[in-house]
Ligand binder design. Structure first.
Ligand code: NAP
Length: 286
């Protein structure tokens, strides 16, 4: 029986990146749908649920992607609502790579020390990657500060994280370089989670920093998020700090993504969202 992945993407053209990764991870057939709206998900998922016997349903799975993460989350809710009893298929949400990227970055940061003794600053953490990374770090027991250029936006995001992940993340406004220096005082790790092509911390700030042990950057588009941290670095040590660039993190992210797709076909009742993908990432890193 062939392994069929139903790829639901909110963008008009389903992601080629997600399709190739799915094939590389062992999916044998891809049924791709682009421009999917949340209200269309139930009927599409029914097609995957009602075609094979319960014992064979692990050979069908759903992947939810697209650049609009909020829409992806709504699509995941619709998919879960379609399931009942044993009539279900495994499903993964990785809209815009948010879950696999955040989990990979967090695993790298955790390699720098015990999270319960760490203060971590997620710079420009209001995007999908930063939000998930902040929540996962807080869930591991780290003291987490999430920054935005505006306090109001940081506060709104932290309130949403408290509701969705039941974690406490502290909001902070960081509109300029002076504020960046201040927010990093006493920090043990910093994650640059800003939009592509935006430098958030300069080398002159992180290099001489007294307490930082890890600097991670998920922005692969020059200028990079952390000045002086090369994209390919994967734990390079300078001045007592472990440095992770976007490709260093991205290589592990790809492993996590592929492992998640493979796991979808091992059982018919998996739901892979941030927390479950993080658990798989930690397993892979061991
Ligand atoms: P995003 O939503 O595009 O941006 C994150 C935050 O950056 C925004 O909420 C905004 O925060 C801040 N920002 C935007 N323009 C800025 C500017 N000019 N100066 C300072 N801050 C600015 O990011 P994302 O989708 O979460 O992705 C985060 C990073 O991960 C991106 O660099 C992306 O390219 C990368 N990424 C990598 C992969 C991968 O596979 N390697 C996958 C997904 C994403 P405020 O408005 O609140 O200040």
């Amino acid at each position: 029986m062939r392994k069929i992945l139903l790829q639901l993407d909110s963008d008009r053209a389903p992601s080629v990146f997600d399709a190739i990764t799915a094939y590389d991870a062992g999916a044998e057939v891809l049924l791709q749908h682009g421009g999917v709206q949340p209200e269309e998900v139930r009927d599409l998922v029914y097609g995957a649920m009602f075609t094979r016997g319960v014992g064979d349903l692990k050979n069908s799975a759903v992947f939810i992607g697209g650049t609009d993460v909020a829409k992806g989350e709504a699509m995941l809710r619709e998919a879960r609502n379609a399931f009942f009893g044993p009539m279900r298929v495994s499903v993964m949400l990785d809209a815009n790579g948010c879950n696999t990227t955040a989990t990979a970055a967090v695993v790298k940061i955790l390699s720098a020390g015990d999270p319960t003794a760490m203060k971590v600053v997620v710079l420009a953490g209001t995007g999908p990657v930063g939000q998930r990374a902040a929540a996962l770090l807080a869930n591991e027991g780290a003291e987490v500060i999430l920054t935005s250029r505006t306090l109001e936006r940081a506060e709104r995001v932290c309130a949403a994280l408290a509701e969705r992940f039941e974690v406490r993340v502290t909001p902070a406004a960081v509109p300029d370089a002076d504020a960046t220096r201040r927010v990093l005082e006493g920090a043990h790790a910093v994650l640059c989670a800003g939009a592509a092509g935006v430098t958030l911390v300069e080398e002159t700030v992180w290099r001489p920093h007294a307490t930082l042990r890890a600097v991670a950057d998920v922005n692969a588009v020059p200028p990079l998020g952390a000045g002086g941290v090369e994209v390919t670095w994967d734990g390079k040590e300078i001045e007592g700090k472990k440095l992770f660039g976007a490709i260093g993190i991205g290589d592990f992210k790809m492993k996590v993504h592929r492992r998640c797709i493979a796991r979808l076909f091992e059982q018919n009742d998996l739901v892979l969202d941030a927390e479950e993908i993080f658990a798989l990432a930690k397993e892979l890193a061991r």
